[in-house]
Design a protein around this ligand. Sequence first.
Ligand SMILES: Nc1ncnc2c1ncn2[C@@H]1O[C@H](COP(=O)(O)OP(=O)(O)O)[C@@H](O)[C@H]1O
Ligand SMILES: [Mg+2]
Length: 304
Amino acid sequence: MAAKSKSLLTEPGGYGQSRGELSVRAAEAGQQAWRLEQFEVEVPRRKLADLVVDEKTLVQVRAFLSKIRHHKVLYEDFGLAEIDPGGGRMAINLYGPSGTGKSFTAEAIAHELGRGLIRANYAEIESKFVGETPKNIKAVFEKARQTGALLFFDEADSILGKRLSNVSQSSDHAVNVSRSVMLLELDSFQGVTVFATNLMGNYDPAFARRILGHVEMSLPDAAARRRLWQAHMPAGLPVQLSEGDWRKLVRVSAGLAGGDVLNAVLYAAATAIERDGPGCRITIVDLLHAVEAGQKGKAAIGVA
Ligand SMILES: Nc1ncnc2c1ncn2[C@@H]1O[C@H](COP(=O)(O)OP(=O)(O)O)[C@@H](O)[C@H]1O
Ligand SMILES: [Mg+2]
């Protein structure tokens, strides 16, 4: 970082620029480089084949993928651009309760497309410093442009919401500015964007128009919960369950999401090793207790 700023400082600034202007420019360039470095490009590891969702959701995700993969043929060669001028949209919104696999899906989409993944937590982008949010938004799009990565906006509820028509405070004004910047960036961005939101909300129609589809990630039914439990018990896990135990697990975990299943397995394993050491066995009782603890935790924060 320091080295980069230094080389920018010694760059020729062009005719007629004062030293002051030069150093302001250098500082801005340094800041921009710093901003870009804040966003990491991850190699996605999750696979669509491992995602446990209902058929409807999977069909929607696959349709999105094929539209992206075949975009050129569909829109240029087949001429679909003529009947669907807004067809350049390559953004989707995944919505549903916490722990239902929205982040998993975003990663799996990147994996399927052979792209890197940039996770942009919207709450983090909305910087604590007034006036920085628009710069951060621009920077994350720039990073995605430079790297070809899929841009994943997690916790995007606030950004997709309606712009405020009655601006009473400067903070409201700032929100509107951020949303406008987001719209402009989305319009000029040729890459793939995935939003994740907990609520199917009150979206700004301007965003709704730019989003190809809204995909619901719902809480798993009994069959899906069984697959989720199985998927979260790796071969090395010291656990052996009877058919009756599996049924019990599936039954008591009604209303829980995949994320809760993950937490319950971690909790049960930690309990068992704490009790009996590395030679332990995880029992159905450990798992049932873990489910109960998870449910209590959810109830305590009011999401049950
Ligand atoms: N539909 C799902 N299929 C497979 N695993 C899931 C699913 N939903 C949740 N999980 C498990 O829970 C973890 C957390 O899920 P996550 O994708 O972060 O949920 P969300 O982003 O909706 O809050 C995942 O890493 C995975 O282990
Ligand atoms: Mg998530």
